[in-house]
Design a protein around this ligand. Structure first.
Ligand SMILES: Cc1cc2nc3c(=O)[nH]c(=O)nc-3n(C[C@H](O)[C@H](O)[C@H](O)COP(=O)(O)OP(=O)(O)OC[C@H]3O[C@@H](n4cnc5c(N)ncnc54)[C@H](O)[C@@H]3O)c2cc1C
Length: 514
């Protein structure tokens, strides 16, 4: 397919990377990027790049990846609660200043022959080009202009977050809660340069109101940061900040908006990155998704015979991966929103719960990659010495641990059907889509008064993850023994649910082949 002109609306990571790849694939085409901002003046601080993202960028374009990796800052990860620390050794995590990432991508795009235009706010209807890539971010004007075609659905999270930074490099990425007289705030922070860290803080609406931040948010002008909130958080997180100040960049409390669209293309216009979809920041995947879209669009445009086919192919290739990550991100978002309820867990066990929160990492992998952390967390789970935790086959070991609940000792954490059919067991058929929706809220608000609650339902994995999250809510709301049933195929999720204190016991069913 021959393209004479390509216009990219938006010079964020998605737009710039797409422009470079498309220009390399179509050297004869004129490729222009338009951004309403100016270089060096962007929102935000650092951006995390996980191992898989690094691999994808390396495969797609080793030259620009090397430039990104050279400018990035490596870090490990830790969680700190009430002075207790759990560390996750992982030498492969990188973070980079958003300004640096954009500068690298701008230079790489220009080297390929892309023309960059800054300080140009564009309306998609005024652009003429064979292909228009709308990478104009989460608040995409293009998506709104053609809303009837793109059919956006936007869901706003209940929690609030504030994205700020600090002028010192934390020793590791850090998750840490602080409880003040107003409620609990949790920091997600990581170093991204020798003297810089991102410091993102989240809280719930009640705490936000109690601290008077509804008023300070209202008062801060759109071009300013909410200084009153920054000063408050500086005091609250003085320990983690080691006395350093928090810096804003048009920083104010916001609610995360998850964007989904019914379609990503219309005629010669295609949505890319945050304009098409967003995923909660707690899985650190927005930049990866935007750059992954750019890779898929480039391949589709190279391979297809015509533009319609290329854009349809791009969407078909990307949708499953994006939908999967949005599901994972939603589970992670809800885990963080309910974080204060888990702060009683020993910190290493809490870290295991964090790592397995969204069903993306299984407990066996944690045990292989971070044996010391897993041993401490599993010792906490089973209330045994660390030396009693095996180095391998932890899944089976987790299931074999005894439990005493309400004066009754169970010899292992798996139970049989006789408990299911006991007179004092209530069987709950969980057929809700979300463990956080109104049906789940009603159940958690008034659970059956019985010795045992047995959560059953569909054998598919998504339904099991719903049951495990609901089990955790019920476990906090009742004194009942909670049992979740699931298939042998998902034994890793069942074991993670036990080790993370989501459920007391599990029942494992074997699928009968048909
Ligand atoms: C709090 C928070 C933390 C995050 N942390 C991470 C993280 O750790 N890792 C990660 O991968 N992602 C993270 N993200 C997400 C990440 O910032 C975005 O997903 C990513 O920037 C998306 O890239 P993009 O190119 O699609 O859009 P953007 O980066 O938003 O770029 C859009 C560009 O379009 C321009 N634009 C908009 N409208 C117009 C117009 N009309 N005319 C011209 N230009 C226009 C804007 O100026 C902007 O430069 C985080 C997001 C948030 C909110």
């Amino acid at each position: 397919m021959r393209l004479a002109s390509i216009a990219v609306l938006g010079g964020g990571p998605g737009g710039l990377y797409a422009a470079r790849l498309l220009k390399l694939g179509h050297p004869d085409a004129q490729v222009d990027v338009y951004d309403r901002g100016v270089p060096d003046k962007t929102f935000g601080f650092g951006v995390g790049l996980a191992t898989r993202t690094q691999r994808n960028l390396q495969d797609a374009d080793p030259v620009s990846f090397q430039a990104i990796a050279d400018a990035a800052y490596p870090h490990e990860m830790s969680m700190q609660v009430d002075g207790h620390v759990a560390q996750l050794p992982d030498g492969n995590l990188l973070a980079i200043a958003r300004t640096t990432l954009l500068a690298v991508l701008q230079a790489s795009a220009e080297q390929a022959g892309v023309r960059l235009h800054f300080d140009v706010g564009c309306d998609v209807r005024a652009i003429e080009a064979d292909l228009i890539v709308a990478a104009d971010g989460a608040g995409s004007g293009t998506r709104e202009t053609f809303a009837a075609d793109f059919r956006p659905e936007i869901e706003t999270g209940a929690g609030l977050y504030l994205w700020c930074g600090t002028k010192f490099a934390l020793p590791t990425a850090l998750f840490t809660p602080v409880t003040t007289e107003h409620g609990t705030f949790v920091a997600h922070a990581y170093p991204y340069a020798p003297h810089r860290s991102t410091f993102l803080v989240e809280t719930d609406k009640t705490t936000w109101r109690n601290a008077g931040f509804d008023v300070t948010t209202e008062r801060a002008r759109p071009t300013d940061s909410d200084q009153a909130s920054l000063r408050y958080l500086e005091r609250a997180f003085a320990g983690a900040l080691d006395g350093h100040r928090l810096l804003g960049n048009r920083t104010r409390w916001q609610r995360f908006r998850t964007v989904k669209c019914g379609s990503w293309h219309r005629g010669n216009v295609v949505l890319l990155g945050d304009a098409a979809h967003t995923a909660h920041y707690s899985i650190g995947s927005g930049t990866k998704l935007a750059m992954g879209d750019a890779i898929a669009l480039d391949i589709a445009v190279r391979e297809a015979a015509d533009l319609d086919g290329a854009l349809a192919d791009y969407e078909a290739r990307r949708r499953p991966a994006v939908a999967h990550l949005q599901e994972v991100a939603h589970r992670s978002e809800m885990w963080w929103e309910s974080f204060p309820a888990r702060m009683h867990l020993p910190v290493a066990q809490l870290m295991l719960a964090y790592l397995t929160r969204a069903g993306k990492v299984d407990i066996g992998r944690v045990a292989r990659n971070a044996p010391a952390l897993a041993r401490r967390g599993l010792a906490d789970y089973a209330a045994v010495e660390e030396s009693a935790v095996p180095e391998a086959d932890v899944t089976d070991w987790i299931l074999r641990q005894p439990l005493t609940h309400a004066g009754v000792t169970h010899s292992r954490r798996t139970v049989h059907d006789d408990l299911r059919y006991a007179a004092t067991t209530a069987i709950l058929n969980v057929d809700f889509e979300s463990p956080w929706g109104s049906a789940a809220d009603a159940l958690v608000g008034a659970p059956p008064d019985t010795d045992t609650l047995w959560l059953t339902g569909s054998r598919d994995r998504a339904a099991l993850l719903v049951r495990l999250d609901l089990a955790e809510r019920l476990r906090r709301a009742t004194r009942s023994l909670i049992v979740v049933d699931g298939s042998q195929r998902d034994i890793g999720d069942l074991a993670a649910g036990l080790a993370s204190a989501r459920t007391h016991l599990v029942a494992v069913t074997r699928e009968v082949p048909v």
